[in-house]
Design a protein around this ligand. Structure first.
Ligand code: GLC
Length: 801
């Protein structure tokens, strides 16, 4: 009795060590420690009679270091890079310290790792002031302290701002204790629970319904480094096709073909840039995947061709359920190849979803992934560009997929309890790989609703059926930020809200926010009001155009941020907590939605119908993007928020790269702009270009240059272009923001010295307005110096005197 039913890991008996792991034995359990070359630890605990299980859908890359252990009477000590793990012997409890002996994270002394039947839990000591972040697509506040979450991918139509679970599961969180950040990735695909000091003040825990207690522990001095290590393990977002970074328009659903064409034409007629139109479930015949509805879309190829000539790409929704209907090709073929998930008695499971009764491909079986993946080729041949995998939790009417249904799980044979959370991940893998096989030279574009750790390798994630409400607008920012800190760099929300009626003001705010999310798509539900940028009257249309224009002008900056994401795993949208977790303002619910977009832009989402909102700026100087007013950071203040502006700031020494406005990404913007914001710190920006669609960058077919600002020497340097891709830009304007003594250039207070070649000083004074509304001069900088340069390959250096 007493505590015995917990079966907490007990006292040390003996151990076994080989080069890259050490296994400790107790009377009832085994505890294995491995060290990753990145500095992370892997901890796996199982019952004595079980064997270690080393397959994971999430983990793609791990290398183990040689392990050295020091034993004392009471404990073992393992030092690995900057972290020290102490393992108490009796009972076996783990504590992680930094090199200076400061505690980062420790097992709760009494409970540690404990089993209750199949369920396994790691209780961790909860410390004063400990902060928790991330865990992927989770509603709630930025600081997850005091909350409880479950991972069980769920079709959460119209979810609330505290609903849990929703669509995707990423069992990776970041904790901050004693100002030291750490990451824990709980490598278990069953239903998992996370308690961050909810309803108790003693412990936090992570818990799995089934499977091993298997986690990775990351400690670095900064959060970005932890994200880098986590994405080294689970993979990174590869460079997306450039067109997918443009504005995308969706609704449930555009049909028939004439309607689709007219939406596209409307964008062009109104000069609102856009790249993509989505076809939702009504394009299919009775919602059967890989079919077209012949009445609504009698000639899809022709429609796709016309859309192409208008500069539009098309993305099709593809759900997992395959309609049970003899004579339907996909169904017959699926039966023939035996690809569907089955009951233990060998019959195919059927559940109801849009098409009626369906079978569900077992995407955890390689053969099924290949099978499903092959169907995409036909759509690619027709001229479709990308695919949207929805309902892949998987969703069913009634929402109760029976747990006994069996799954292959890469040959390890299990049931739905372990397969559910990785179902969407594996569906997207099938889509991604199918697309890649059909068009090996093309970057696939896949959008998903559900996912698991590692989903970033295959798809962009959107946050499902949100609501047209003010609190959802703010939640949208937090969800994208939380996905970002959890390894998913490419994410977005339904701009305008999916459920409910969006107001004009709310739409204006959401489109402004959406322009600063990596995935930028407007979407709304069946029978709701129209939500295209022109559907809310002239003023909202103008606001939409302004922000979408700005988005297109910022594409070189955004694309370069994606390049960084592909190399380091760092997201595009970054919660301020990533860099300023010491500042309590960051977690204040008034400021928790703010984020960095790329490296130097700070965005403050704003509610509608508010003349001003309070904002928080971290230390340093900040420029108002719209008028160059300068603010001192480390402060909170009210900032005006007229309907057409949300507060957006640029960090001092910031380098922002823009291009001339284009209407879609097939157009070439030959003019580049580099904006340097005067400041006291050294800064650099890696500008990355390539063809935006292929994998030729793997053969160095890119164009990469470093733009740097040195405030002491007052020099701007642009490194020689690296790579074989010829830049799409021919000329460049360099704008100098906040160089007050340059404001009277004609008075000869300043000169530019060009070290490498001649240059002409063209029109020294211009008005810079990110929206390019030149008539609105009162709100723009009157004297913004700039100079023109030819955009040549060689190194350039400018000294500002
Ligand atoms: C789901 C999706 C939504 C889509 C609808 C119809 O609710 O989340 O985006 O429009 O299904 O396919």
């Amino acid at each position: 009795m007493g505590m015995s039913h917990y079966n907490s890991i007990s006292g040390y008996l003996n151990h076994e060590i080989n080069a890259t792991s050490i296994i400790f034995f107790t009377d009832k359990q085994k505890l294995r420690i491995q060290l990753l070359t990145t500095g992370a630890f892997r901890i796996t605990a199982i019952k004595k009679e079980d064997s270690f299980f080393d397959f994971s859908y999430a983990v793609i890359h791990q290398k183990f270091d040689v392990i050295n252990v020091n034993e004392s009477k009471e404990s073992f000590r393992i030092k690995h890079q900057n972290t020290v793990l102490i393992i108490d012997k009796n009972p076996m409890r783990l504590s992680f310290f930094n090199e200076n002996g400061i505690l980062i994270n420790a097992d709760e002394k009494a409970f540690g790792i404990a089993w209750d039947g199949e369920e396994v839990t790691n209780y961790k000591q909860l410390n004063d002031g400990e902060i928790f972040l991330g865990l992927g697509e989770k509603a709630g506040n930025l600081n997850r302290r005091g909350s409880y979450y479950t991972n069980w991918n769920t079709d959460a139509f119209g979810y609330g701002v505290d609903s849990d679970p929703i669509y995707a599961s990423i069992p990776f969180f970041i904790g901050i204790n004693n100002q030291l950040p750490y990451g824990i990735f709980f490598n278990n695909s069953s239903k998992t629970n996370f308690n961050f000091g909810c309803s108790n003040n003693r412990f936090s825990f992570f818990q799995a319904e089934k499977g091993q207690l298997d986690y990775y522990f990351f400690h670095k001095t900064s959060i970005p480094e932890i994200i880098e290590d986590y994405t080294e393990l689970t993979g990174r977002t590869e460079l997306p096709p450039m067109w997918s970074l443009g504005y995308q328009q969706c609704r449930y659903s555009y049909y028939p073909d004439k309607e689709v064409l007219s939406v596209a034409q409307n964008f062009r007629d109104r000069n609102i840039p856009a790249d993509v139109i989505y076809l939702d479930i009504h394009y299919m015949q009775n919602y059967k995947v890989f079919t077209w509805n012949n009445e609504r879309f009698p000639n899809p190829e022709l429609m796709l061709k016309k859309l192409k000539s208008l500069g539009f790409k098309v993305v099709l929704i593809v759900d997992p359920g395959v309609k049970v209907e003899a004579g339907y090709e996909v169904y017959d073929d699926g039966i023939k190849h035996d690809v569907f998930a089955k009951y233990p008695d060998g019959t195919n499971f059927s559940g109801e979803v849009w098409p009626g009764w369906c079978h569900f491909p077992d995407f955890t079986k390689p053969k099924t992934r290949d099978w499903f993946g092959k169907f995409y080729e036909k759509h690619l041949d027709e001229g479709v560009s990308g695919f949207w995998n929805d309902m892949n939790e998987p969703a069913l009417w009634g929402q109760k997929f029976p747990n006994l249904v069996e799954f292959d799980y890469e040959g390890y044979a299990t049931n739905f309890k372990l397969a559910r959370n990785v179902y969407g991940l594996n569906m997207c893998r099938s889509t991604y790989e199918g697309n890649k096989k059909a068009r090996p030279k093309n970057r696939p574009f896949v959008l998903t609703r559900s996912g698991f750790s590692g989903i970033q390798r295959y798809a962009a994630v959107w946050t499902g059926d949100n609501t047209a409400s003010e609190e959802h607008l703010l939640l949208a920012a937090r969800l994208v930020n939380s996905l970002g800190i959890s390894g998913v760099a490419n994410a977005g929300t339904d701009v305008g809200g999916f459920v409910g009626e969006c107001s004009i003001e709310l739409y204006a705010r959401w489109i402004a926010l959406g322009a600063f999310t990596p995935f930028f798509r407007g979407h709304t539900m069946i029978n709701s009001r129209d939500t295209e940028p022109w559907a809310f009257g002239e003023e909202a249309e103008e606001i939409s155009r302004n922000y979408i224009n700005l988005r297109y002008r910022l594409l070189p900056y955004l694309y370069s941020a994606f390049y960084e994401a592909s190399k380091t795993g760092l997201p595009i949208n970054k919660t301020l907590a990533m860099y300023h977790f010491q500042q309590e303002e960051v977690f204040d619910t008034r400021f928790q939605n703010q984020f960095y977009f790329g490296k130097s832009i700070l965005v403050c989402p704003a509610l509608p119908n508010k003349e001003a909102i309070k904002v928080y700026l971290p230390e340093g100087k900040w420029y108002d993007l719209f008028n160059d007013n300068i603010f001192d950071g480390n402060s909170t203040f009210y900032h005006e928020t007229p309907i057409d502006k949300i507060p957006i700031f640029v960090k001092e020494s910031g380098i922002i790269v823009m291009q001339k406005l284009i209407q879609n990404t097939e157009e070439k913007a030959e003019k580049l702009e580099i904006h340097i914001y005067n400041g006291t710190s050294n800064n650099s920006f890696e500008l990355y270009e390539d063809d935006g669609k292929s994998y030729e960058y793997e053969n160095k077919h890119f164009n990469k240059r470093n733009i740097s600002w040195n405030p002491i020497l007052k020099t701007i340097e642009i490194s020689e272009a690296e790579g074989s891709f010829e830049s799409s830009y021919k000329s460049c304007k360099v704008y100098l923001h906040g160089f007050e003594n340059l404001s009277h250039i004609e008075n000869k207070n300043v000169q530019f010295k060009l070290n490498y070649r001649d240059y002409n000083f063209v029109d020294p004074i211009s008005n810079f307005d990110p929206f390019e509304k030149r008539e609105d001069k009162s709100k723009t900088v009157e004297k913004l110096p700039y100079f023109d340069i030819n955009w040549e390959k060689n190194k350039m250096k400018f000294s500002i005197i």
